[in-house]
Design a protein. Structure first.
Length: 169
């Protein structure tokens, strides 16, 4: 469905093709990488100034904003910008979460807690693949077939914001 919004009808093949290099680039996961690097770099300075909990709080709001932009993007350039904006909080989470858990947790459960973070990343991917499988079966015609995948990320931010007040500083 994304190719129908951003591509052209291929006369040789009976399908939509994406022939714009920006669209091909924007549809790849690699666009998260600049945001992740930038987020990790900025988070190092921000945690020293404001603390880890505040940085995680703002990262959740950047996640909500980035997903909002992905959900409502209508051009490849908007989608590209949304992917970079979504990458910034991912850099924050991957930088802050392991150090935060290793400093807060007692020594006996420190390894299990930091391993649990990797498990939660894998669990998120599993949920994403399950949602992707269900949305590609044709139940949701039109743009909702790919927008649902973006909307699932709001659940992650909502759960994180719900538990954030209970994190010790």
């Amino acid at each position: 469905m994304w190719s129908m919004r951003t591509g052209n009808w291929a006369s040789k093949l009976p399908l939509w093709e994406v022939n714009n290099p920006c669209t091909l680039c924007a549809s790849k996961r690699a666009n998260l990488e600049p945001g992740i690097v930038l987020g990790g770099f900025v988070t190092g300075f921000a945690t020293q100034r404001w603390g880890r909990q505040i940085c995680i709080f703002f990262a959740y709001f950047l996640t909500i904003g980035g997903v909002f932009m992905q959900y409502f993007s209508s051009t490849p350039a908007e989608y590209f910008g949304a992917k970079i904006l979504t990458g910034i909080p991912l850099g924050c989470f991957t930088t802050v979460a392991p150090t935060y858990a290793s400093e807060i947790a007692p020594l006996a459960i420190r390894g299990a807690l930091t391993s649990g973070m990797n498990f939660s990343i894998v669990l998120g991917q599993l949920i994403g693949f399950g949602v992707m499988r269900q949305t590609t079966l044709g139940q949701y015609p039109g743009p909702m077939s790919y927008r649902i995948l973006f909307a699932v990320q709001w659940g992650f931010a909502a759960v994180g914001l719900a538990f954030l007040p209970f994190f010790p500083e």
